[in-house]
Write a protein that binds this ligand. Sequence first.
Ligand SMILES: C[S@@+](CC[C@H](N)C(=O)[O-])C[C@H]1O[C@@H](n2cnc3c(N)ncnc32)[C@H](O)[C@@H]1O
Length: 259
Amino acid sequence: MIDRDQIRQQDLYLINDSFQNRKQYNIPKAQLVIADIPYNVGNNAYASSVRWYKDGDIKNGESEFANSQFFDTDKNFNLHEFFHFCSKLIKPEPKEKNKAGALIVFCAFEQQFELINLAKQFNFKNYIPLSFYKNYSPQVLKANMRIVGNTEYALLFYRDKLPKFNNNHKMIFNSMPYIKDNNIVKIHPTQKSTKVLKQLISLFTDVGDVVIDPCAGSGSTLIAAAELNRKAYGFEIKKEFVAKFNTMLKTNIQKNLFA
Ligand SMILES: C[S@@+](CC[C@H](N)C(=O)[O-])C[C@H]1O[C@@H](n2cnc3c(N)ncnc32)[C@H](O)[C@@H]1O
């Protein structure tokens, strides 16, 4: 575990711009791109959250979150441009085995099939579905006598060669527990756990490798990567998330909250 002073010395950049403008920045090619893409959930962003109702109770009527979106960038996400970015920014396929780069996309269950089809056009011909099960569910509304979702979905894409894989020559199941961050600064409504991200980064990269998150939100991927001594670059178009990320790094909160 590195501390915040070391984090500062790392290559750790959250760029307040859209990933489409990548050419304006001198970003090295990545061993791993991790992206949690907008789910295009529009005004139903809180449909499966208790926050839809005042104080989380249906009896109190709807809250300000009912019929609202997470943020105004959570729609019209251009998947073509996203895959184009990934195809340019992941290191070219190496000759050796166990060195190839990879792309991990967190997405809604319904987005998976579109992503799998589109990925092929950008030479990401192969994929492995990943799922992360929580021991809680955000879908607690009207939950009596029905199944509620507790799973986060992701797809691991690769070109021809299997991605670099560091697990002491042991296999790993594609369904893994979702380990929550404790006492984390909440910057983003769909913030990912750095513990989950660290597990993935450890598996698919080595120390010194570059990790990029093109839709970085709170910068959780960058923090996870930096804590593992990887170089981390991210893009985020919303100023407020980038400002909060920068404040978090600056104000020493980092060390305790990500330890
Ligand atoms: C699902 S959230 C990512 C949350 C992030 N994984 C976290 O842990 O905080 C997707 C983010 O992508 C951002 N975004 C959408 N379009 C973008 C673009 N073209 N370039 C950069 N960021 C973008 C949104 O503003 C949003 O914060």
